[in-house]
Each structure stands twice: as structure tokens, then as C-alpha cells.
Design a protein around this ligand. Structure first.
Ligand SMILES: Nc1ncnc2c1ncn2[C@@H]1O[C@H](COP(=O)(O)OP(=O)(O)OP(=O)(O)O)[C@@H](O)[C@H]1O
Ligand SMILES: [Mg+2]
Length: 463
């Protein structure tokens, strides 16, 4: 056949060539399309004569060979490290074409400096191993703390939302979590990450509102060392998150040009570090959160509609606390910081009268506000019960003591009267000198001014 003739011709040319080439360190082997050896120029290296191997499948003769594969794929492989009999050699594998058809493959190996190569190889192996170790360390460093067990609720809507999220955690679709400030968006994002297949990989949180616009790109994509940045290299968060989750917090604050760049990453699933033209594969789940009205932002051209559709594959809306007030008692139980205040505070409870007040508030700061109120109360309270007086002043207005005409409780009124009397006396004693009066009262001058204005106190005692 024609192409066999061609191979024959090739063989004789190679025999001539091998007389010229550096045959001490250099060898060649040719296989036909079926991967059978037709030229064997490796005698020196493997102590196998051509007559012993010609016609045999190369896979039976050479360790780790890929010549039979190249003879099928037609794709050349250059400068590959190949381990043969415990030695590393550099192998080139080139398909042989005849009139555009693959008829075989030629392999060359270079045996020179193999010891050095071997050292290089083991160094690479070491780097690869430590790379693997760093990877798992990164995953440890960027762990998501919360799981679905940390989302406490007794509200039907929240219970089904939790169940829904437990199901979507199994997929890798993008999720957009929405809800007012302090409703638990980050808590849900972490729980979803931990509930899915990527739990052992990093959870990387990026606060799009907190990072200055100019830095966000470097944060996300990283950069490669160049002459202009002194050779410094930074791994971007998209790369750190590999196989895990990228949590884009406050997505609504992202600038339009960053939105365009992010959209490209999500569509092409790859990105370029700045200063490099190499593409890095993006392989992480995206969870975004916002408390902004994105639809309005789209109308006002502050948010890209196409990015919105890309990310809003699974929308998760967390209801505000005021729409699930039956969660209050349970949240109080889990959010009171018992342990930090020692054994004696172990059974710190919320008194009924206090709970009544908590039920009247509308909680604009949601669960975070509740947590802060309870933390403060645990500090100022010395008994086993959090009483209304342990709540911050702005909640005292709900205190259900008998209210008088202007809505103040009798308790508050009494306190105000006492304060007014004390301040009036101090001012009188000091002939209206506020600095002296504040000193006598042992309070800051600014507080005295505030009290004078709040309590509407006459200050002219000078005459
Ligand atoms: N259902 C819940 N059970 C227990 N703790 C909760 C719950 N919801 C929220 N928290 C707690 O409330 C605090 C606020 O939650 P988180 O940070 O997730 O809110 P957010 O929606 O991300 O707020 P922001 O919009 O201000 O960033 C956290 O300390 C969180 O642990
Ligand atoms: Mg948050």
C-alpha cells in the first residue's frame, strides 16, 4: 500500500539520519497507525534489539508510552517528561501524516542530563504536593461557620424556606438571597454552602460595598507580577474559591463596569488576571446577597438586567423579623450570650414583661438588632432575668406602666422630675455657670446641655 511504502522510505532516511545525529543521547521510534513498532532506534537505552521488538505493539515494549495515542489523535506532544525504567527522559511525539492522513507516529527521546531532570522532576513533585497542602489549608481558613442547624425558627414560612434551601444546596445553580439588613442573608449563604457538595472547599466572601471600586477588580481577579507592579502577584478571590463558593455580599453596590466583567466570567466560566493573558478557569458556585431593590436599580440603569438574570436563577427571600414575630422567644433563647458571662449567668431568661416590650417593637434591624439588644442586656443585668430596665432607652417607650397624657410612663416621668430638680439646684448654686454645675453634678458638660434642652430647663440664674 502507498502509505506503507512511505513509511519504508522514512525508515531508510532515518537510518541515514541516525548516523549524523547525536546518537549517544538521542533515540527514535516509529509506530504505524495500529501502534506497532516499525522503527526502533532505542537499542542503546533499553538493551532490546530491533529484531526483538519490530512489529510488536509499542505499549508492550515501552513504559508510559503515548505513541499509539498520538498515532490515533494526530496531536503532537512536545517536551513531555516520561518515566522509563525509573529514569526521566524528555519525549517528543509527532504524528506522521501522508496526504493529510495519519499513518503513524514518531517518538524521539533525549536521555541527556537525566539526573538533573530527575531532580527537577522531584522538585516539581514537591511543589505540587505542597500546593495540595496549601489548598486544603485555604479551605480550612475560608470555612463557612454556619449550617442549617444554626438557623433557628418556628415560623412556617421560614421553615419551608429552610427546607427549600436545603434542596437547592445540592445543585450548583446561582442563588440570589434578598432580605432586609440583619435578616440572616449571610447565615443562609453559609448554610447553603455547607449543605452542598462543595462544603469541604473554600467559602469566599466578598463585600462589594466595603471594597473600594478600584480595588474590587484586583480582589476578584488577582494580578500577575509585571514590571509595573514590582513583580508582585496576588491570587484573586475567584481563584481562591476554586470548587467552593463565592459569596458576593451587597451585590447591588457593584459598579456597572465591574458588573460587566463579572457577567463575562459567569458566561465564559473563565477569567484573566490583570497583567496576564492566560485564562484561569472559574469553577465555583455563586451566591449573591442584597438588601437593595434590584428591579428599581435596573430601571434606574444602576444594575445590569443581564447580570440580574444570570445570578437570580434561584431567588431566596428572607422575611423581616416583624413578619415572623413568633420566632422571638426562640431567637431570644439562642441569642442570649450565656457562656461568655460565666456559670452564674447560665440561666439568664427574658422576663415576661420584657418579652411584651420586645413584641411591640418593629425591629428594623431584624435579628442583628435583637442580638445586640440581648447582648447589652446581659451585660447590664445582674439578676437571672432580663427586665425592661435592662433594655436600651429607645425600647423603654413600650414600657407598659400607666402612661400619662403625653404618652410617658409614670416611671419615666418620675425620673425626669428628679433629673430636672437636680440640675436646677446645681445651676442655682453656681449662679447659672454650666461648667461649674456640670462639675458639681459629676457629668459631662455636653450631657448637661442635652438635659437642659430635653427637659426644657430655665438657665438664667445670674441676677
Ligand atoms: N434565624 C436565625 N437564627 C439564629 N441567628 C440568626 C438568625 N438570623 C440571623 N441570625 C444572626 O443575626 C446576625 C445577622 O445575620 P446576617 O449577618 O446573616 O444578616 P444579613 O442579612 O447578612 O445582614 P446585612 O444585610 O446587614 O449584611 C448574625 O449574627 C446571625 O448569626
Ligand atoms: Mg450580611
Amino acid at each position: 500500500m502507498e502509505h506503507e511504502l512511505y513509511l519504508e522510505k522514512l525508515k531508510s532516511s532515518i537510518n541515514i539520519l541516525s548516523d549524523i545525529l547525536d546518537t549517544e543521547n538521542y533515540g527514535m521510534c516509529i509506530v504505524d497507525r495500529q501502534g506497532r513498532i516499525v522503527v526502533w532506534n532505542y537499542e542503546r537505552f533499553f538493551h532490546l534489539r530491533a529484531s526483538e521488538v519490530l512489529g510488536k505493539p509499542v505499549t508492550e515494549v515501552l513504559e508510559n508510552t503515548r505513541l499509539h495515542i498520538v498515532a490515533k489523535t494526530g496531536k503532537k506532544e512536545l517536551f513531555q517528561l516520561q518515566k522509563i525504567n525509573g529514569t526521566n527522559v524528555i519525549a517528543n511525539r509527532i504524528p506522521i501524516l501522508y496526504h493529510g492522513e495519519i499513518i503513524g507516529a514518531a517518538g524521539t527521546i533525549i536521555f541527556k542530563d537525566t539526573r538533573e531532570l530527575g531532580e527537577l522532576y522531584s522538585r516539581i513533585e514537591k511543589v505540587e504536593n505542597s500546593f495540595k497542602a496549601y489548598r486544603s489549608e485555604i479551605a480550612q481558613m475560608y470555612r463557612a461557620k454556619y449550617t442549617f442547624n444554626d438557623i433557628h425558627t418556628e415560623n412556617d414560612k421560614m421553615i419551608s424556606l429552610k427546607e427549600f434551601c436545603q434542596v437547592v444546596a445540592q445543585s450548583d445553580a446561582s442563588i440570589l438571597i434578598r432580605g432586609e439588613s440583619g435578616t440572616g442573608k449571610e447565615l443562609f449563604a453559609q448554610a447553603i454552602h455547607n449543605g452542598g457538595a462543595s462544603a469541604s472547599y473554600p467559602f469566599i466572601s466578598i463585600d462589594c460595598a466595603a471594597i473600594p471600586k478600584k480595588q474590587l477588580e484586583a480582589e476578584l481577579f488577582g494580578y500577575e507580577g509585571t514590571l509595573f507592579n514590582g513583580g508582585e502577584t496576588k491570587i484573586g478571590k475567584l481563584e481562591l474559591a476554586d470548587q467552593g463558593t463565592v459569596f458576593l455580599d451587597e451585590l447591588g453596590s457593584m459598579s456597572l463596569d465591574m458588573q460587566a466583567k463579572l457577567l463575562r466570567v459567569l458566561e465564559t466560566r473563565e477569567f484573566e488576571k490583570s497583567g496576564s493573558n492566560k485564562k484561569t478557569v472559574f469553577k465555583a458556585r455563586v451566591i449573591a446577597a442584597t438588601n437593595e431593590d434590584l428591579e428599581k436599580a435596573i430601571e434606574e440603569k444602576r444594575f445590569r438586567r443581564d447580570l440580574y438574570y444570570r445570578i437570580n436563577v434561584i431567588p431566596v427571600q428572607i422575611p423581616p423579623l416583624r413578619e415572623r414575630m413568633n420566632d422571638l422567644p426562640r431567637l431570644c433563647r439562642v441569642l442570649i450570650p450565656h457562656s461568655r458571662y460565666g456559670y452564674s449567668r447560665k440561666n439568664l431568661n427574658v422576663a415576661d414583661s420584657t418579652m411584651k416590650i420586645l413584641f411591640q417593637h418593629s425591629w428594623p434591624g431584624n435579628v442583628r438588632e435583637l442580638r445586640n439588644v440581648l447582648e447589652r442586656a446581659a451585660i447590664v443585668c445582674s439578676s437571672q432575668e432580663i427586665l425592661p430596665e435592662h433594655l436600651p432607652e429607645y425600647l423603654q417607650k413600650y414600657n407598659s406602666g400607666p402612661a400619662n397624657a403625653d404618652g410617658k410612663s409614670a416611671y419615666r416621668q418620675e425620673i425626669e422630675n428628679l433629673e430636672r430638680r437636680l440640675i436646677q439646684n446645681a445651676l442655682q448654686n453656681n449662679h447659672g455657670n454650666k461648667m461649674e454645675a456640670a462639675r458639681q453634678l459629676g457629668i459631662q458638660r455636653s450631657l448637661l446641655y442635652k438635659k437642659i434642652s430635653d427637659l426644657d430647663i430655665k438657665t438664667d440664674y445670674s441676677k
